[in-house]
Write a protein that binds this ligand. Structure first.
Ligand SMILES: [Zn+2]
Length: 383
């Protein structure tokens, strides 16, 4: 049957994970596991195992650990401990069948995989994405004079991005997305750097609005695609200031530069992001994190993304971080839900079977390959 073909094809299709993070190399406690499933850190009230993503973990990950789907959480955790972190990561990441991973290197630590180890576990090449704020924070930690900050930052960013396929901004977490769209002047950057480096911010986090704008524009000037965190995340974020619609003036200012801007996550503002992709040629919507976290509602949410967004403007990613489960949940839920969505549209006569198959291929890999310049075999990669 034609309407089964897209779902079946998607099951066989490799996915390009266009936004993810490293996984933990050590064992995790029950509490830590529950906390790591969601963005909420809700382990304290005991509700983590009742969340949509936890149901998805039991559904999609249990079989990869030789357990029946939806087995009790205790069985899952017992089996996980039995196998050990390396084997669990390898099984879950490989079961996701990813053709490439674009990993944000802004979060690192001695208990997290480096890109080469992640590539090894996933059995797929890894390309890197440079987090703009992290480059400034590393620079500040090593010491730089305020007058040298701008040029030293640009030099360091250039070097950090030599092998990268994109840069990423987490301004949503720091100043919010209602940013002044103008490039800050050299004197504004110097003054702001003086304030920040003088230790008014002891945490070392880049949260000065002028410097956040400066690093974003420095990223645009590199000419690489710019990933921008939008929508939900953990509670460090002011959600109302993460609506991607707030970025509209900045998107217009960036447009002449000709670099793609990829809006990551976006939920619950994914409809706003969908609209932005229709009115700006350089704007894309990445459904990572969202598809994994909304569980059985992923089909509805993907449908909402595609209410306005063209199929050539939506990208897949897992946003997997720390727990390898989040990679497999993201991948399997995406294949399952997109397949059902497109099958339904073909059956309804909304698109031909060929249109549906093309849409599946674009979302799975094609759009990411085009946006991130990964069409040739000679792509910088770690494996
Ligand atoms: Zn992320």
């Amino acid at each position: 049957m034609t309407d089964e073909c897209i779902a079946e094809s998607l099951q066989r299709m490799p996915l390009l994970d266009a936004h993810c993070h490293p996984v933990l190399t050590r064992a995790v406690s029950t509490v830590e596991f529950a906390r790591g499933c969601t963005e909420g850190g809700v382990a304290a009230d005991g509700s983590a195992w009742d969340s949509p993503v936890a149901h998805s973990i039991r559904r999609w990950c249990a079989p990869a650990l030789d357990l029946p789907p939806l087995c009790p959480p205790e069985d899952y955790l017992r089996r996980r401990a039995e196998l050990g972190p390396a084997e669990v990561s390898c099984r879950l990441l490989r079961a996701a069948r990813l053709s490439r991973l674009l990993v944000d290197t802004g979060l690192s630590g001695s208990d997290l995989t480096d890109p080469a180890a992640l590539a090894d576990a996933a059995g797929a090449p890894v390309s890197t994405v440079v987090r703009l704020e992290r480059v400034a924070e590393d620079l500040a930690r090593q010491g730089v004079a305020a007058a040298r900050f701008a040029s030293a930052y640009r030099e360091r960013l250039f070097t950090a991005a030599l092998e990268a396929v994109a840069v990423k901004s987490i301004a949503a977490y720091r100043s919010g997305l209602d940013m002044d769209p103008e490039r800050p002047s050299p004197s504004e950057v110097r003054e702001a750097a003086g304030r920040w480096l003088d230790g008014s911010n002891r945490s070392g986090r880049l949260d000065d609005p002028t410097l956040l704008r400066f690093v974003l524009w420095a990223g645009v000037d590199l000419g690489l695609p710019v990933q921008v965190h939008a929508g939900f995340g953990d509670r460090d974020l002011a959600l109302r200031r993460a609506d991607p619609a707030l970025l509209q003036p900045l998107l217009e200012a960036i447009e002449p530069a000709g670099v793609p801007v990829v809006l990551l996550h976006c939920y619950p503002y994914h409809r706003q992001a969908g609209w932005l992709t229709t009115v700006y040629a350089h704007v894309y919507l990445d459904v990572g994190l969202t598809v994994g976290q909304v569980g059985a509602r992923a089909q509805a949410v993907l449908g909402e993304c595609l209410e306005l967004a063209p199929v050539s403007k939506v990208l897949f990613s897992t946003d997997g971080y720390r727990l390898p489960e989040l990679y497999l949940v993201g991948a399997n839920q995406f294949r399952h839900s997109l397949g059902r969505l497109l099958d339904g549209w073909v059956e309804d006569g909304a698109m031909s079977a060929d249109d549906g198959l093309r849409a599946a291929r674009l979302l799975a890999e094609g759009n990411a390959r085009r946006v991130y310049g990964l069409l040739s075999a000679a792509t910088p990669a770690t494996a």
